[in-house]
Design a protein around this ligand. Structure first.
Ligand code: G
Ligand code: G
Ligand code: MN
Ligand code: NA
Length: 254
């Protein structure tokens, strides 16, 4: 309950910040974009990570309003980087199930890209399989309205949920993100390797791109490149960074 009260205040007090983890294009070795990751600068506690408070935000519904702030803040940041000469940096934002189902995502996204003058193609939403499958017919409408805005859609943690392949075909999805569970032992576990290869193959057949998350070693990166994965994200390339460090990292990398 204390946590819930503190979280309610956090939004008004401006205690949330976004850090950004770079993604690498495996064809070029360059930064292809970033994922926005929420942190809570809680007075007296330091920087608090989402695992400690996102579940409570989900339970209380706070995640809808905070999620709106995240989309707006990510767009503001893209516009600021652009003005600083760090151009065309695509930013991916996590959308929780509850925000996807209860929030007016199309309206929130449209308002944010218009307010900050962001090119819609620079914004990507990461949605989970559970969010997409909770009401598949409604999902088709929501995704269609988002695609009309020109933004991109990715499925996060792919392979751990319950996606129906029939719906996967009907959803306008741009990218699948292979869950870390299949990446961790991809070099040593033939089952994980087979699943990762199957996801890559299926995605490409359906004209989607593929990114692997949680890549921590050169060997994992090389394996994924050899099997035609498009992008990677993980500590091997970079951890998540505050906005100023991120801008510097991108300028050095490009
Ligand atoms: O940030 P970290 O690196 O600790 O992320 C932990 C988990 O928290 C991830 O599964 C991620 O999806 C989730 N998370 C991080 N940032 C956000 C966010 O902005 N919104 C939502 N809904 N979840 C987030
Ligand atoms: O939304 P998602 O669950 O994909 O959020 C990314 C999460 O993965 C964050 O908690 C982030 O800190 C974490 N992460 C990013 N790179 C790595 C990595 O290389 N290894 C591990 N174990 N976790 C990572
Ligand atoms: Mn994510
Ligand atoms: Na993920």
């Amino acid at each position: 309950l204390d946590l819930e009260l503190a979280l309610r205040g956090a939004l008004e007090e401006g205690q949330f910040v976004l850090h950004y983890q770079p993604k690498m294009d495996l064809n070029t070795g360059r930064v292809s974009g970033v994922e926005a990751l929420l942190r809570w600068n809680r007075p007296g506690f330091g920087l608090v990570y989402p695992a400690e408070f996102v579940p409570v935000m989900e339970e209380t519904g706070l995640v809808v309003r905070v999620g709106e702030w995240i989309i707006d803040e990510a767009c503001r940041q893209v516009a600021e980087w652009n003005a600083q000469g760090v151009r065309d940096l695509r930013v991916a934002v996590n959308v929780s199930s509850r925000q996807f189902v209860e929030g007016d995502l199309e309206k929130v996204v449209r308002a944010a890209i218009e307010r900050h003058g962001v090119e819609p193609g620079l914004l990507e939403l990461e949605l989970t399989e559970s969010a997409l499958m909770s009401n598949a017919e409604q999902t088709i409408e929501v995704l269609a309205s988002l695609k009309l805005l020109g933004i991109r859609i990715a499925i996060d943690d792919f392979g751990t949920g319950y996606s129906s392949l029939a719906y996967l075909k009907r959803f306008p999805i741009d990218k699948l993100k292979i869950d870390i569970a299949f990446v961790r032992d991809i070099i040593t576990n033939p089952d994980d390797a087979a699943i990762a290869q199957a996801i890559i193959s299926m995605a490409h057949s359906l004209h989607m791109l593929v990114i692997a998350e949680g890549v921590e070693s050169r060997a994992q990166m090389a394996y994924l490149r050899r099997h035609r994965c498009d992008e990677i994200q993980g500590f091997h390339f970079s951890r998540s960074l505050p906005p100023a460090e991120l801008a510097q990292m991108v300028q050095e990398n490009r």
